[in-house]
Design a protein. Structure first.
Length: 273
């Protein structure tokens, strides 16, 4: 029964992620309306012909906004996860491979960062550096999120560098870069892939939280977090404005988590979170 449940979860997560990525990529062609087009006469209207998810406070089609908002949310997530993976892998490899003072400094820095709730650090950085750009938000999220990837890379490196083939390469005089590229990094890909899958869900939630607080990306097309934020004030008279973006965000986050669980089981990766 557990195997069947895990298999269903993996397929469900893969399907949700695939649909979300395709919807975001094809938003300019499948969105039924211009996300910036508005009809004030129909503002806050619930589901109706031509607008099956209803309209927001400015009379914009909610379904079109969700599709276009997915592009921003997923773009921020992909760039952040990529930055965290690269930075974390380099830091973790360096600490685990060289050890000594490098490892002590790594442990100290990561312990200091992990001693603070990540969302509070993000809010503090976003409030200090508040220009509303995608790049600045990615840098902020990366500055907080690289630690998890680095700890995974360090833990794996500490184990891998004691393997016979790595010791043989060192004894043969192979360069550090060659050992990293040929022997260490390929063996880090599986746990880092699982970490990145869970990380996508975490970044989407973090970006939405910052957008909900008014500290996220200020683009012409609202992200899911901004759509939820705009709809909260109308919960009693037009709950659909906050409901559907929230549902879309929750389903995609759930999909990434199921996908990460499935990949962890298939790749036999232990304790990557």
């Amino acid at each position: 029964m557990r195997n069947l449940t895990q298999e269903f979860g993996f397929k469900f997560g893969l399907a949700v992620v695939a649909v979300a990525v395709l919807a975001a990529a094809l938003a300019p062609w499948i969105a039924p309306h211009d996300p910036n087009g508005f009809d004030l006469a129909l503002r806050l209207s619930p589901s109706r012909p031509g607008h099956f998810l209803g309209l927001d406070e400015e009379g914009r089609d909610l379904f079109s906004l969700i599709l276009w908002g997915a592009r921003v949310s997923l773009l921020v997530s992909v760039l952040t996860v990529a930055g965290c993976a690269v930075l974390g892998t380099i830091a973790g490899l360096t600490a685990g491979y060289y050890g000594g003072r490098w490892d002590q400094a790594f442990v100290f820095v990561t312990d200091v960062i992990l001693s603070f709730p990540s969302i509070l650090l993000m809010i503090a950085f976003a409030a200090f550096w508040r220009d509303g750009g995608i790049l600045s938000l990615v840098i902020i999220l990366t500055a907080v999120g690289w630690v998890g990837y680095a700890r995974v890379a360090r833990g794996q490196t500490l184990s891998l560098k004691e393997r016979d083939y790595v010791q043989a390469a060192i004894a043969a005089g192979a360069s550090t870069m060659r050992i990293w590229v040929k022997h260490l990094v390929p063996n880090l890909l599986a746990p880092l892939l699982v970490q990145a899958t869970f990380g996508m869900a975490g970044v989407i939630l973090a970006e939405s939280t910052l957008s909900f607080l008014g500290l996220g990306v200020t683009t012409d097309v609202p992200t899911w977090g901004r759509l939820v934020d705009q709809g909260v004030q109308y919960l009693l008279i037009a709950p659909h404005v906050a409901l559907w973006p929230g549902v879309a965000m929750a389903v995609v986050i759930l999909g990434f988590n199921f996908l990460g669980d499935g990949l962890r089981d298939r790749l036999d990766v232990k304790e990557v979170r």
